[in-house]
Design a protein around this ligand. Structure first.
Ligand SMILES: *Cc1c(COP(=O)(O)O)cnc(C)c1O
Length: 342
């Protein structure tokens, strides 16, 4: 029997190419003794450097006709900032980025995402991390950005602020719908969905999607491999985000903190700091399947997946999807961030 779900969807901008491909990793599946699929949000478009932010931005910028400028935030090598700049340009908008210098920028030799940001003609402001924690630097970014917004609006401009990582309920709707997209295209009934998590708003969408679109007992376990450290109440906050997203769709809240499974082990030694296990995971996928991962997000997430399979936390013969969230442009970032890949 079909599972009819009644809900609303907010206005959406068309930015990417969907559904993104889902395909089996034949050689790696055989090596690992599981059925392993890859969901290719790295190919989400609209250019070569897609990623998971495009799905979020389709809803976050669904009302793009009501403003002329977008401001957002991130680190200097932020995938989110770059994808927001891409989205803004596709929608005919000006874009302003506030970037914290976790990795110091060398203005004579821009690399990776910051190079793309400049090619896109984004207005870039650097917020120094010297003598500040990331939280402090992010707070300063927001403060300065709000002042600039006020200034611009005095001169008649209309400004939209998109939060760090696109982490807002509207953005998570992109992944509620992404979950449905995966369900509709999957040739098998999945046991596990594994992905890399940062802000948690992709995870919030996937978990809410599983509540909305899968019957209890038929829900794949969603394993969210963390690349950021979070406070103890992160799952509670993500449950609120997921329920806010459902509410925007006129659906009753159904997500609780215990629906999330965040795995913090593979983020070591820290955000934007390379790890040898991630490098090994990047080499392994490249050398068995010819597919690339990135050092900051998907390399660490995939390292976690491989370890879960090899230690039996994901049992043999399981049907597993790794959701490739993109980030490949970071392969061409500063070497302190990329580390030694081979
Ligand atoms: C932003 C990002 C993530 C994390 O997504 P969140 O929704 O912030 O948890 C994962 N992978 C890549 C490549 C990203 O750019």
């Amino acid at each position: 029997m079909g599972n009819k779900v009644s809900h609303l969807l907010p206005p959406k901008a068309v930015l990417g190419f969907y559904p993104t491909p889902l395909h089996k990793l034949e050689r790696l599946s055989q090596e690992l003794g599981v059925e392993l699929y890859l969901k290719r949000d790295d190919l989400s478009g609209p250019n070569l450097f897609g990623g998971n932010k495009i799905r979020k931005l389709e809803y976050l910028l669904g009302d793009a006709t009501t403003y002329d400028t977008v401001i957002t935030f991130g680190a200097t090598q932020s995938n989110h900032a770059m994808q927001t700049a891409v989205a803004a340009r596709k929608l005919g908008l000006e874009v302003i980025l506030y970037l914290t210098t976790i990795t110091e920028v060398d203005d004579t030799q821009d690399r990776g995402n910051i190079l793309i940001d400049h090619v896109l003609g984004a207005e870039v402001h650097y917020i120094s991390m010297t003598g500040r924690t990331l939280t402090e630097a992010n707070a300063i970014s927001m403060e300065v950005a709000l002042k600039q917004k006020e200034q611009l609006e005095k001169s008649g401009r209309k400004v939209k602020i998109v939060p760090f990582g696109g982490a807002a309920a509207l953005g998570s709707i992109g992944f509620i719908q992404g979950y449905k997209e995966l369900l509709d295209q999957s040739p098998v009934s999945l046991d596990y969905i594994v992905h890399t998590t940062g802000t948690g708003s992709t995870a919030a969408g996937l978990v809410a999607g599983s509540k909305l679109y899968s019957q209890p007992g038929k829900r794949p376990k969603i394993i969210s491999m963390d690349v950021l450290e979070h406070a103890y109440d992160h799952p509670t906050k993500m449950a609120t985000l997921a329920n806010d997203a459902l509410q925007l769709m006129a659906v009753a809240p159904s997500v609780s903190a215990s629906d999330f499974y965040f795995e913090p082990h593979y983020l070591q030694p820290g955000y934007e700091i390379p790890s040898e296990t991630a490098a090994a995971a990047i080499r392994r996928l490249a050398r068995t399947e010819g597919i690339l991962l990135d050092p900051v997000y998907t390399g660490k997430g995939f390292a976690g997946l491989l370890d879960y399979i090899e230690t039996g936390k994901i049992p043999p013969n399981s049907k597993v999807v790794f959701w490739h969230t993109g980030g490949i442009s970071a392969l061409f970032a500063e070497s302190e961030m990329v580390g030694k890949l081979y």
